[in-house]
Design a protein around this ligand. Structure first.
Ligand SMILES: Cc1cc2nc3c(=O)[nH]c(=O)nc-3n(C[C@H](O)[C@H](O)[C@H](O)COP(=O)(O)OP(=O)(O)OC[C@H]3O[C@@H](n4cnc5c(N)ncnc54)[C@H](O)[C@@H]3O)c2cc1C
Length: 437
């Protein structure tokens, strides 16, 4: 590849975005916003291999579809207002189910509401009409603001004096190539580039048709379970209109794990026995960052670069897309510009994920100890009498389950002296109760 040590985007520069998922659309939207500020006309082409409005695997980017409150606020910064028909659920409570107890976790304040969406036109075997999906909404917004969208799979990205993008229909030169292909597709061939995709883990999820509960009630609550299968860290039921998404987090999980999860009587009490399955998949999730994710006239964003561990991947796609766009438009499109202004943002996410692993390890250890779980239940019940902002343990759990705070913040909240004191008291009370039984 050519050393291009001072390259900057010139008026009418051409940018190719490979992948029209959230990261690709966010980059286009942020780039147009910055270009307007700089009065710099640019031309953006988004290559997307799928029809994102189609139901099931033809259109889906495979995810539980939770938008954390900070992602929802992030959409405002791109002047995006989610149309009501894209929103499948407005979540006001997370209910923890453990040992036949139900413990409600409320948002710390009204600004922390969470939304659920579909990433495509809905589940594959749906008795209902396709729904309006989040990814298609973003892509339409990018198109409305000037992006050209080509429904073609990029087969090759090569680099000579300029990067060149090849599909079955064309081979064109661009000034900058933005890689936003996620981690669930075979990457294109890279001529002369040493990009290594992220390390991934496999997850399991299902979409079920809900007939049992009143939908209004269902659509405002996420239900969390801990009891089975064995290697489960936690499983969630996420409401989405006529359906509920089943998402499991843990190790060694597969389709059989979903079936086992659904036989838990506590789960059956929420969604009924054997609800019809409408879709299911085992997508990959990025677990460690990509290597060599930038070069002269090349940058990877979203899952193809780095994502927040297990939670709020769409939010971190917005963060990396915006940082890459800001760098490309204001600092340059050469390796040194990305190294100085983009890479630190990605490394901060990777660093925070290391703390995230510690937070999940602690959560996993608590889940395996009946005493710690009883202590947690007691502390949460005592906290319920206090004002929402003083419910320290609820705040930790809300942030952990919804993904609306960095792991470093969650870790700090976990170690808050007042919280530790309250948990210690609850544990003492649990031990005494057991002794006097
Ligand atoms: C089980 C599971 C549950 C999740 N739950 C949540 C959640 O609730 N909330 C949340 O915020 N995040 C969640 N995530 C993470 C979230 O899905 C990702 O972080 C997010 O989709 C990343 O967006 P992206 O645009 O980088 O990649 P993707 O969404 O994967 O988009 C990549 C796009 O590139 C296209 N593409 C790929 N290769 C090519 C090619 N060669 N040519 C043209 N187009 C191409 C694909 O078709 C796709 O549209 C979850 C992930 C998993 C696996």
């Amino acid at each position: 590849m050519n050393a291009d040590a001072s390259a900057r985007l010139q008026p009418h520069a051409r940018i190719a975005i490979v992948g029209g998922g959230p990261a690709g659309s966010f980059f286009a939207l942020a780039a147009f916003q910055i270009a307007a500020r700089l009065d710099l006309p640019i031309a953006i082409t988004i290559f997307e291999r799928k029809d994102l409005s189609a139901p099931g695997p033809r259109g889906c980017n495979m995810c539980a579809g939770i938008l954390s409150s900070r992602t929802v606020h992030g959409l405002d910064t791109l002047n995006l207002a989610l149309p009501p028909d894209v929103v499948m659920g407005r979540i006001n409570v997370y209910t923890l189910h453990w040992n036949d107890q139900h413990i409600p976790i409320d948002p710390p304040d009204a600004t922390r509401q969470v939304l659920s969406v579909y990433r495509s036109g809905g589940p594959r075997h749906s008795p209902f009409a396709p729904v309006a999906g989040f990814d298609q909404f973003l892509l339409d917004q990018a198109r409305a603001r000037g992006a050209q969208v080509l429904h073609e799979r990029v087969e090759k990205i090569s680099f000579a004096s300029q990067p060149r993008v090849t599909t079955s229909a064309r081979a064109e030169a661009f000034d900058l190539v933005v890689l936003a292909i996620g981690v669930n597709a075979l990457p294109p061939a890279f001529g002369n580039l040493t990009y290594h995709p992220p390390i991934t883990e496999t997850m399991a999820q299902d979409e079920l048709v809900i007939e049992q509960l009143p939908r209004a009630e269902m659509n405002s609550a996420v239900h969390i379970f801990f009891d089975q299968p064995r290697d489960l860290l936690f499983g969630a039921l996420i409401p989405k209109g006529h359906f509920v998404n089943v998402s499991l987090l843990g190790t060694r999980l597969d389709r059989a794990s979903v079936q086992q999860f659904l036989t838990d009587p506590q789960v059956a009490r929420v969604i009924g026995q054997h609800p019809p399955q409408a879709c299911g998949c085992q997508p990959r999730i990025a677990a460690a960052p990509a290597q060599n994710f930038f070069a002269d006239r090349f940058v990877a964003i979203g899952d193809a670069c780095v994502t927040r561990l297990y939670k709020d991947g769409i939010g971190s796609a917005l963060i990396t897309a915006r940082a890459a766009a800001e760098t490309a438009l204001t600092r340059g499109i050469h390796r040194a510009a990305f190294a100085a202004h983009y890479a630190p943002v990605c490394r901060a996410i990777a660093r925070d994920n290391r703390l995230g692993r510690a937070v999940f390890a602690l959560t996993g250890a608590s889940r395996r100890s009946p005493l710690l779980m009883r202590t947690l239940a007691r502390a949460l019940a005592a906290e319920a009498q206090q004002a929402p902002r003083d419910r320290l343990t609820s705040q930790v759990l809300w942030s952990l389950f919804t993904g609306d705070a960095d792991y470093s913040e969650i870790f700090k909240m976990m170690l808050h002296p007042q919280r530790i004191a309250r948990l210690s008291l609850a544990m003492l009370q649990e031990i005494m109760r057991k002794k006097t039984k």
